[in-house]
Write a protein that binds this ligand. Structure first.
Ligand SMILES: *Cc1c(COP(=O)(O)O)cnc(C)c1O
Length: 423
């Protein structure tokens, strides 16, 4: 798989699909997120084809990117949604997601969120503790309804990814230990306002090997078979998200390989296979375009390239030491490569996109594209240092559309209140 099929150079100028990035940036300024519409369609189709032999539902993990236009793109393709908060549930519904295609995950669902899920008739709550199970039952009782639930099982497998994005180990806070899951199902079956609809798990993110999926599914299969013996039949087998994408040089299994690893242990199970892909669908669909402000040498012989985007726009490098390719928007044949740190403007030393990276020497006002910025980019952005979050543009072939305006200062401060005594 090529990394950025829809970001290519034409005569040394970087294009997204058939739109010139320089031209887009000149319309909207930097920093700017630019998404390829076609890239999202392609990734969706890859997964859909890979799981086509089985009855399946792709529930897009909304937290990866919550922009309305991105959500609508995926829901138009038939995707459902995996939501982890009441806000995400509302966003998914507002963007037209069929509630019967929504699963609600997360370890800390509030009473209000549970109520909203039940009232909106979602497909299933993925329950992460015994107390949550009781809470859902009680709230459903008050509403005179039955809430559909799956137990999120923690299969205790190592996804071999960054510790901050591993979720399926015993020591992680997520899910119910697989050894206790049967007992919890037995309890759930005695609660009058619950209907058991499935089983779920999610072992981590940016998983670039198939073995962890296989190992997790072996454990899930054991549980499914045991539940069957107790006459508990499951409609939905939710295997979670976590399929990786190439950020750097890593070799990523093909969608078919993921499907093979997941479905081999599940061979012959009845019910719908639910997937919760986030990063896989949108991660490589976008670049964050930033402008070079200053280039300054340090006394230690380092070179700092200071850009106008920081970790408030894209947190992954500072949060997970994540690698993002950084490439020039305009290539100039005569420019020499240099080794440089690419640093943001925020007043923290960790505000750095790349350390000792080889790129062509930049001049002031040149543009750089920080690649693979579609997932956990915009959705994790903040206004730290009173920096407005970037505008976002969706490219469709030779057309481009503003899908989010940049924050203005008013947007950042509008919820602040000055008590009288300070006036
Ligand atoms: C974050 C998350 C996902 C999506 O993970 P990706 O690595 O983006 O595919 C899916 N399911 C749950 C429960 C999550 O928390």
């Amino acid at each position: 798989m090529t990394k950025f099929t829809h970001f290519t150079y034409k005569e040394n100028s970087l294009y997204c699909e058939n739109s010139s990035i320089k031209e887009i940036v000149e319309n909207y300024n930097t920093p700017l997120y630019i998404y390829s519409y076609q890239s999202i369609l392609d990734q969706y189709q890859l997964l859909e084809e890979a799981f086509n032999p089985w009855k399946n539902l792709l529930c897009y993990a909304v937290k990866a990117n919550t922009n309305k236009a991105i959500l609508k793109t995926l829901f138009n393709l038939g995707a459902g949604a995996d939501v982890v908060s009441g806000g995400e549930l509302s966003r998914a519904l507002m963007a037209g997601c069929d509630p019967q295609k929504i699963v609600f995950s997360g370890v800390g669902k509030t009473e209000k969120e549970i109520e909203s899920g039940i009232k909106n008739n979602i497909l299933q709550f993925n329950v992460e503790s015994e107390q949550e199970l009781d809470a859902i039952n009680n709230i459903a009782k008050q509403l005179g309804k039955k809430a559909p639930i799956a137990i999120r099982v923690n299969p205790d497998v190592d996804p071999k990814t960054h510790p901050y994005i591993s979720t399926g180990l015993k020591k992680n806070k997520f899910g119910v230990n697989h050894k206790q899951a049967l007992a919890l199902y037995a309890k759930a079956s005695t609660l009058n306002h619950l209907s058991i609809t499935g089983i779920s798990c999610h072992i981590g993110s940016q998983i670039t090997e198939t073995q962890p999926f296989y190992d997790a599914m072996v454990k899930i299969r054991e549980l499914i078979d045991n539940l069957e013996k107790q006459n508990i039949t499951l409609n939905n087998i939710d295997i979670g998200g976590g399929m990786g994408i190439p950020y750097n040089q890593e070799k990523i299994p093909a969608a078919h390989d993921y499907a093979q690893a997941i479905m081999t242990p599940l061979d012959g199970v009845k019910g719908t296979i639910i997937l919760e892909p986030g990063r896989f669908l949108v991660g490589n669909s976008a670049a964050l375009i930033t402008k070079v402000l200053y280039v300054k040498p340090s006394e230690e012989g380092l070179l700092f390239t200071i850009v106008d985007s920081g970790f408030n726009d894209l947190m992954r490098p500072m949060l997970y030491q994540a690698h993002h390719d950084i490439i020039p928007v305009t290539k100039e044949a005569t420019t020499k490569d240099v080794i440089t740190n690419i640093e943001g403007p925020i007043c923290e030393s960790s505000d750095r996109f790349a350390k000792e990276r080889k790129i062509p020497l930049q001049k002031q006002n040149d543009y750089l594209a920080i690649m693979s910025a579609g997932a956990y980019g915009s959705s994790m952005s903040s206004t730290y240092n009173s920096r407005g979050r970037p505008a976002e543009v969706l490219v469709k072939d030779n057309l481009f559309f503003l899908i989010k305006k940049a924050d203005q200062l008013e947007d950042i401060i509008k919820n602040e209140v000055l008590p009288d005594f300070l006036n």
